[in-house]
Ligand binder design. Structure first.
Ligand SMILES: [Zn+2]
Length: 121
């Protein structure tokens, strides 16, 4: 079945993309009924095309945010800035991660609007 591994592949410092770039939003956290801290990640890839439950994802923990790459998009596109989620993390690190689109509904709608109509400036 699906592997919920959350282990960072590597930790980089600094922002490799550029100073104008910033993450899309914040990681949503919840506490499960055993008291474990759970990081909730979007279940749909940033392009909106794939279910990460189905195609899988890679979570890369950077200094202040988590980069969630869709394995299907990663496979078919050359690296570019808009095929992964980037979400600010809040310490402490969660005990595990799960995928759920529900907490990200507003964010995905904002991004869909932004894609349709580029922001002025
Ligand atoms: Zn995808």
């Amino acid at each position: 079945m699906f592997d919920y591994s959350y282990a960072p592949i590597m930790v980089l410092s600094g922002d490799p993309v550029g100073s104008k770039w910033r993450p899309h939003g914040d990681v949503v956290y919840r506490t499960d009924n055993l008291g474990a801290r759970v990081g909730v990640l979007p279940a749909t890839c940033f392009s909106g095309e794939h279910s990460l439950h189905v195609v899988g994802y890679r979570a890369l923990e950077l200094e202040s945010y988590l980069k969630i790459t869709c394995l299907a998009c990663d496979d078919k596109t050359s690296p570019r800035a808009d095929y992964y989620w980037a979400l600010y993390t809040t310490p402490p690190r969660p005990d595990r991660a799960e995928l759920d689109d529900a907490p990200y509904k507003d964010l995905t709608e904002q991004i869909a609007q932004r894609k349709r109509r580029p922001a002025p400036g």
